[in-house]
Design a protein around this ligand. Structure first.
Ligand code: HEC
Length: 301
């Protein structure tokens, strides 16, 4: 069976940046909480050497997305790579295996070797994620239980009228966020309502589908488990062309079949679906050599 290349957008609300590896970092550099000064544009990035210690970022009161400032020139290497692999009792642990693996196409980064070797370029040998070592205890001590419970119980995604706060804001982006200076936000605008029907499809307040679909997933082992303080929703949405018939009309069945094809491609397993007339999608889903009725989609060959 031939398959088209499908672009899958994945919305992970629990961002990697939020995953702290508390107490486990290889080098706990001491960082004082610098005074945060207001600035629209920050200074250019300093050149860094392995011996540099970086202060925490100076963010203006209005988060300046126009700020271009490289504090960490090896930021593509996440803090997880600096996890201390020897615990207090002297026992070795290997958390690196969760990400650095023998890869399977189309992932061509085959790097299980870094599980055994501290293979950083010199500049990256010292943990540059100084922001993870800021001691916030005095700030935290000023926040009472009632305040934090009220914060947790208040949505910062929807306003009281059920509108998506960030989408409303991006409809007329603040000047400090507007790179193009044209009053338009060019990037992604959140549009998931987290209101799912029985099949996992996200519904707008008017009951129409947004295209986002929730699916069962295992969080990556490590800091990403709910037991370690991390939680999130994972949704998938295929581009409009995969949600429509050839005449451009939205079609739920075609979308469900396309999602099943994606699942079969990713998991490389047969995916069971509701019986479907293959002529509708013009694809021999069950690979039996003819366009008939199919109850399964085969992985790509
Ligand atoms: C959460 C996933 C994750 C974990 C866990 C993780 N890494 Fe990484 N690591 C990455 C990513 C992403 C990169 C950047 C992309 C790349 O270079 O592969 C990276 C990069 C690296 C690099 C630089 C590779 C290069 O080509 O420059 C080294 C070395 C490394 N990690 C070592 C480790 C070690 C040692 C551990 C365990 C203590 C570890 N990593 C744990 C995700 C992870």
């Amino acid at each position: 069976m031939t398959c088209r290349v499908l672009w899958v957008s994945i919305l992970v609300s629990a961002a990697l940046a939020a995953a702290f590896v508390l107490g486990l970092q290889r080098q706990a550099s001491r960082v004082s909480t610098a005074r945060l000064a207001a600035a629209r544009y920050a200074e250019p990035a300093p050149s860094v050497s392995a011996s540099d210690e970086h202060p925490p970022p100076r963010l203006p009161p209005v988060l300046a997305l126009k700020q271009i400032y490289t504090l960490n020139q090896t930021a593509f290497i996440p803090p997880q790579c600096y996890t201390n692999t020897i615990d207090d009792a002297g026992t070795a642990h290997n958390p690196c295996y969760t990400c650095h693996v023998e890869s399977r196409a189309p992932n061509y980064i085959n790097d299980p070797d870094v599980q055994l070797e501290y293979a950083f370029v010199p500049r990256a040998r010292k943990n540059p994620w100084a922001n993870l070592f800021v001691d916030w205890s005095s700030e935290i001590a000023t926040v009472g239980d009632a305040a934090i419970l009220s914060y947790v119980h208040t949505s910062n995604y929807f306003d009281v009228a059920g509108r998506i706060i960030l989408a409303e804001k991006l409809a007329r982006p603040p000047r400090t966020w507007d790179h193009g200076d044209d009053g338009r936000w060019e990037g992604f605008i959140p549009d998931a309502y987290f209101r799912f029907d029985a099949a996992g499809f996200d519904l707008r307040p008017d009951g129409t589908r947004t295209g986002w679909r929730a699916y069962a997933y295992h969080p990556l082992p490590g800091t990403f488990w709910p037991t370690n303080g991390s939680f999130g929703d994972v949704l998938v949405r295929l581009p409009a062309a995969f949600r429509e018939r050839s005449d451009g009309k939205p079609d739920d069945l075609i979308y469900e079949v396309n999602l099943a094809i994606v699942e079969a491609l990713v998991t490389r397993q047969t995916v069971l679906i509701e019986p479907v007339d293959e002529r509708l999608v013009d694809v021999d889903l069950d690979g039996d050599g003819r366009l008939g009725r199919s109850e399964r989609g085969e992985g790509a060959t």
